[in-house]
Design a protein around this ligand. Structure first.
Ligand SMILES: Nc1ncnc2c1ncn2[C@@H]1O[C@H](COP(=O)(O)OP(=O)(O)OP(=O)(O)O)[C@@H](O)[C@H]1O
Length: 212
């Protein structure tokens, strides 16, 4: 269970801080909605460790993850337009999810397995820049699989996709969340994404989260 309690943060010049409290369960998608500028990305940045709170806690299965640097946190982040290395092959991009010391044979096996799992089998050698938007999100998800972190943060991950692709990638996120027992936290403006995916919902209003 991911438990966030009274996580407090203000940007310089802000007099009223954000104070975030919520819970996210493994195998579930927790949706955070709120108007533009309400602080959704700020919350994800705090969980990822890019911003430091002034008070409060982030606890995963009883362990305090606040002292951990971003790269040590048990967290993966998937954004609207995934920052793949466009000039590299698909399999090279996925391999970046593995520790650099992974032996070649083992890395190839695991990259192939991850590409299979996201439905991109056979595209190992395709240059990432030539993939469609939906395929790029699948590559990003394959890399996330190899990173094997229990918390997945999604910041408007479907916004750049057409309706059909969006539905497919949504289904894939749901399947992977269940299969890998991820605590998936979805930030989205889109009510249809939230309706399709959310097991729990929170609304960000006046710098606090309320169950929705
Ligand atoms: N580095 C910063 N310094 C000062 N203020 C900031 C900074 N980053 C964001 N803000 C402000 O904090 C507020 C929350 O921003 P945030 O990006 O978290 O909102 P959001 O809900 O994710 O918005 P959107 O849905 O438009 O992406 C906004 O008013 C924004 O202008």
């Amino acid at each position: 269970m991911l438990r966030i309690e009274e996580l407090t943060f203000a940007y310089p010049g802000q007099t009223t801080p954000y104070v975030f409290s919520f819970e996210a369960a493994p195998g579930e998608i927790t949706a955070i909605s709120g108007t533009s500028g309400s602080g959704k990305s700020t919350l994800l940045d705090l969980i990822a460790g890019f911003l430091q709170p002034t008070a409060g806690s982030i606890n995963l299965d009883g362990a305090d993850i606040l002292p951990l640097a971003p790269e040590q946190r048990p967290v993966s982040l998937l954004l609207q337009s995934e920052s793949l290395f466009e000039h590299l092959r698909t399999d090279r991009n996925v391999r970046l999810g593995l520790p650099p010391c992974t032996r070649q044979a083992e890395a190839s096996r695991r990259v192939d397995q991850a590409l299979d799992e996201v439905g991109l089998q056979g595209l190992q050698s395709q240059i990432a820049g030539t993939l469609s938007g939906g395929q790029k999100q699948r590559v990003a998800l394959a890399r996330t699989l190899l990173r094997d972190r229990p918390v997945l943060l999604l910041d408007e991950p479907f916004s750049a996709l057409d309706d059909d692709t969006r539905a497919t990638i949504r289904d894939l996120v749901q399947t992977l969340t269940l299969r890998h027992n991820w605590h998936t936290i979805l930030v989205s403006h889109h009510a249809d994404d939230v309706d399709a995916l959310a097991n729990r919902r929170y609304l960000l209003v006046d710098r606090r989260l309320q169950p929705a």
